[in-house]
Write a protein that binds this ligand. Structure first.
Ligand code: PMP
Length: 321
């Protein structure tokens, strides 16, 4: 089972205290989370460094996993230290130098009413090689599409949490953008300002200043975003956190996405599909190629995650030490 897929399999995944072969499965179709998205997860990356694989900002990811669990009123069956150790173990067990890591907490088998009163909370952790999230060519800049659907609003849901069910909006709009011929979606918020990508935060650059928005604009304030704000300041750039309007986006000198999976990816065009009845206008960002500041951030982020910047060693958890 699970051999004949597109998935770049690893050797083992971790499930409730045991490493299992990647192809072994024993989860029941009546698991609560499968029906209602009552799961929470993290997306983490480990990178190859001179001292072996290092996980980027692991404590922050584990903290967010617990925050998300609290939002869905779930009590994790392990504490933070234990989950940290299980994550490191999963990377080691697969002999992975660099990888993506997916801890998943979910309401499991017990009852199928919406309130999971008899469902235990279970944890699974997988780690596998996952290269460029938007494909190898994305580094040359991607074409994005503002979808007509507005991002879930921060008054409707705690946007700092990563809950399985809430990602269905990201999936739908990610598919919609691709059906329309674009590389990725961009969401506006209910106020009509720029929110984020389906799994990425957005930065714009104007006159040398880096601008990004925050949770009041209905975005998940990502760990990559926070890291880039610090790196940008250390590089001497001015940074501003404020709302971003559509006009800001269209008039920006540079635009880029950031996130654990996508890392830092320049955006070279934005097509406005936010009004299905209106004209669809393509806005080229800057000169239509990745700009110098975006490229600088790509490079500085790579150096930080791979242990080549002593200043950011503080963000690395070495798997073998
Ligand atoms: N926004 C959303 C909706 C996301 O899913 C992600 C990915 N976790 C991000 C932003 C970026 O967050 P991070 O940098 O922590 O991966």
């Amino acid at each position: 089972m699970f051999l004949n897929t597109h998935f770049p399999r690893a050797e083992k995944y971790w499930y409730m205290g045991k490493l299992r072969d990647w192809s072994e499965a024993g989860l029941h179709p009546m698991i609560h989370a499968l029906h209602y998205g009552t799961s929470t997860f993290e997306g983490i990356r480990a990178y190859n460094t001179a001292r072996g694989p290092a996980i980027f900002r692991l404590p922050e990811h584990v903290d967010r996993l617990f925050l998300s669990a609290g939002v869905v009123k779930m009590k994790p069956p392990f504490n933070k230290d234990e989950i940290t150790d299980f994550i490191k173990l999963t990377v080691r067990a697969n002999n992975l130098e660099s990888c993506y890591i997916r801890p998943l907490l979910f309401f499991s088998y017990g009852n199928l009413g919406l309130v999971p009163k008899a469902c235990p909370v279970e944890l699974a952790i997988s780690a596998w090689e996952w290269g460029a999230y938007l494909g190898e060519k994305a580094g040359a800049g991607i074409n994005t599409y503002i979808v007509p659907w507005r991002r879930v609003h921060h008054t409707q849901f705690n946007m700092s949490a990563k809950l399985g069910g809430v990602y269905v909006q990201s999936t739908i709009c990610g598919l919609e953008a691709r059906e329309e011929g674009f590389d990725e979606a961009v969401f506006l918020n209910l106020e009509g300002r720029v929110a984020e990508g389906p799994g990425q935060n957005i930065f714009i650059v104007k006159n040398g200043t880096l601008v990004t928005n925050d949770r009041k604009e209905s975005v998940l304030e990502g760990i990559t975003r926070t890291s880039l704000l610090e790196i940008a300041r250390d590089l001497g750039f001015k940074t501003v956190v404020r709302p971003i309007t559509k006009e800001d986006l269209f008039g920006a000198d540079e635009v880029f996405f950031c996130g654990t999976a996508v890392e830092v990816i320049p955006i070279i065009s934005v097509t406005d599909g936010s009004d299905p009845a209106g004209p669809r206008i393509k806005h080229t960002v800057g000169k239509g190629v990745p700009g110098p500041i975006a490229l600088k951030m790509v490079g500085a982020y790579k150096e930080a995650v791979s242990g080549r910047s002593p200043r950011y060693e503080k963000w690395l958890t070495y798997v073998n030490g």
